[in-house]
Design a protein around this ligand. Sequence first.
Ligand SMILES: [Zn+2]
Length: 74
Amino acid sequence: MDLQDKIIERLLDKKADLSCPICRASQVITRQNSFVDIPIKDQQDGEVTNIRCMYMTCSKCGYISLFDAKVALS
Ligand SMILES: [Zn+2]
């Protein structure tokens, strides 16, 4: 089981609704290595923190949802 599978399993454990918020399709897909680092810059001290996110794409409408991998796994 890879990290994506673990995150999805964990989200389902937490009763997350993984259907698409736009078209309500229940089919969302992940690609292999569907992780991106999002740089978040603190407005006060200018420090940049990278947040590792997993993205899922709706196979029907293309909407992309992002999950903070650390929070999703906790
Ligand atoms: Zn959709």
